[in-house]
Design a protein around this ligand. Sequence first.
Ligand code: HEC
Length: 121
Amino acid sequence: MKFRSFVWVIVAVNALFALETFVLPKVDDALKKQGKEIYDRDCYACHRWTRPFAGPAMSENIEKYRERPEALVAYLKNPTPQNPSKYPPMTIDPLTESEAKVLSAWFFFLINNTSDPDRPK
Ligand code: HEC
């Protein structure tokens, strides 16, 4: 391949990636199970679903991001102080992109399906 055609291939591939929009994974039984595992392992120590605990109630946290799922994923990958007058900053091992997306997809499913029996406490 000539160098110039090679450059065009790179440009085209980059353009395709730029078009890619933000999507959360589809919620199925496997995703719910994975979400619950991550939650029990990494979140339950400080959060309860419907009431404040060490951190604010998780259902309210998710409502806050309802229109901005991308921002929730970003926060979970890199938590920054949000409400310093009320809470200390959230100190957790940052989640991977994949874990953050799985959890976020499950959370949005849960706030839209409030009677789901697998909702965390
Ligand atoms: C060590 C305790 C602790 C753990 C573990 C923890 N959190 Fe938090 N979380 C907090 C605190 C404290 C805040 C409030 C932080 C702030 O206002 O800056 C918070 C806030 C949040 C918020 C709201 C952020 C905002 O924009 O107001 C979300 C969402 C959240 N946590 C999700 C999670 C998830 C998901 C997990 C598990 C992966 C988790 N947290 C684990 C303590 C914790």
